[in-house]
Design a protein around this ligand. Structure first.
Ligand code: ZN
Length: 437
């Protein structure tokens, strides 16, 4: 009898298996695994079933070989994704019910006195463990998957330097945020979560400001766009849309990958436009202008502030929930942590919450797809719809994006509309002159 009790003490999962939260967490995690795997397998089957023929409307731009490559790339990525989803769930289980957070907490208690420093160490140790656990997949994606399909341009030296820089950043920024939140939890009383949320918001804004200036230049070179005719074209578009951007930059994305992209960054009047060099080399001036008009639309149509407000509201709800959960003893014991602490509350919340919140991800994806359609319509008005359609087809082709995703998979996961639907809408608004070959 005493042997059984001793065993139960050693294994937190045995102790807590009966708590409703334990059961709900395990079931939610398993449901997530089942749905993710089912959708990924649907995606593979659908893409492979359409591998043999280029969909109508794309025949002139995409060859049979390019279409088949996109299918193989999508299939390979989904197969790695399935393995990674299962692996990630195992890591989360090991840290929670498996007793990982508790073990790291004991280690920290042996090193330093309880307090903000100990809590910060506890959080950093857990994040270091998760980063190391995820490293094999980062290596595999870069040097096997991307390499096999001809996209990888990252050498081992760049890869190592990137990892070291990212870890140093994580240590400094992550450590500062962790210490700040833990200090608020310890000193601000029972309504600490309101103060914590305000601090979190300020930190997010600070990072948004600092990212283009201080952080992104650690990883890439940014140079002003030299191409004069293109610059004039862009300035004309910005003037037409009454948009103020501080500068237009070209980023050396080709150092790491052949994938192309463009984005806006910054706040208020400090906005910057960034083009990947890979995008500039594959698109013509009219196409670049239309891509920029699309990106601009996300600002003009207030998509970015809407997302910021939604994010702030969701994080307030998250902090309120954490504020309540952190005071419940069962929150810790039901999830594999025998002794309550602020650091354990934060870790459990960050690890366990995604097992439940994945259910709303299709709603967020649908919201994002609506914004994409709206941005396309804006671009069609202020630039040229035909050019945007051409640009998108070129980008789909260059990035080996599948043109034939599974409808359910796409509805659940995709932040952008399926290529065929998106191109069809753009071509529908083209002037007859623009569609004639
Ligand atoms: Zn967009």
């Amino acid at each position: 009898m005493s042997a059984i009790l001793a065993k139960a003490k050693l294994c937190p999962a045995l102790n807590t298996l009966m708590h409703p939260l334990t059961l709900a967490f395990v079931l939610a995690l398993l449901a997530h695994l089942a749905v993710q795997t089912w959708l990924a397998r649907r995606q593979i089957a659908h893409v492979m079933a359409h591998r043999g023929s280029v969909p109508p409307g794309f025949e002139s731009a995409v060859s049979a070989a390019e279409h088949a490559k996109a299918a193989d790339y999508a299939g390979a990525r989904q197969r790695v994704g399935i393995v990674e989803t299962i692996y990630d769930a195992a890591v989360v289980m090991a840290l929670t019910l498996g007793g990982g957070i508790a073990v790291l907490g004991q280690w920290v208690a042996g090193v330093t006195q309880p307090g903000v420093l100990a809590g910060t160490l506890h959080l950093l140790a857990a994040f270091a463990f998760m980063t190391l656990a995820g490293l094999p997949f980062t290596v595999y994606r870069t040097f096997v998957l991307e390499q096999r399909f001809g996209f990888n341009r990252t050498g081992p030296a760049t890869f190592l330097a990137d990892q070291l820089k990212a870890w140093a950043l994580g240590l400094v920024l992550g450590g500062a945020v962790a210490a700040c939140v833990l200090w608020i939890m310890a000193t601000a009383g029972s309504a600490w979560w309101v103060v914590g949320w305000a601090a979190w918001l300020s930190f997010s804004l600070l990072v948004t400001w600092a990212w283009p200036r201080l952080i992104a230049p650690l990883f890439n070179k940014f140079s002003p766009l030299e191409d004069r005719p293109l610059r004039e074209r862009i300035d004309a578009l910005l003037a037409r849309c009454d948009f103020h951007a501080k500068a237009v930059y070209v980023m050396d994305g080709s150092r790491r990958s052949a994938h192309g992209n463009a984005y806006f960054t910054g706040l208020g009047r400090e906005k910057r436009i960034v083009f990947f060099d890979t995008l500039l080399s594959s698109l013509g001036p009219a196409q670049i202008e239309s891509v920029l008009a699309h990106e601009l639309a996300h600002f003009k149509l207030r998509h970015i502030p809407q997302r910021l407000v939604a994010g702030a509201a969701l994080s307030l709800a998250g902090f309120a929930l954490l504020g309540w959960l952190s005071r419940q003893e069962w929150f810790y014991t039901a999830l594999g942590v025998p002794a309550a602490s602020d650091a354990a509350a934060l870790l459990l919340f960050l690890l366990v919450l995604p097992a439940f919140t994945w259910i709303v991800s299709p709603l967020l994806a649908a919201w994002s797809r609506r914004h994409e359609y709206e941005a396309d319509a804006f671009a069609a008005q202020h630039a040229d719809a035909g050019s945007l359609a051409e640009a998108l087809v070129t980008l789909y082709k260059d990035n080996a994006t599948t043109l034939t995703p599974d409808p359910l998979y796409s509805a659940f996961h995709d932040s952008h509309p399926p290529p065929a639907a998106r191109i069809e809408r753009l071509r529908a608004v083209c002037t007859p002159a623009a569609v004639t070959p």
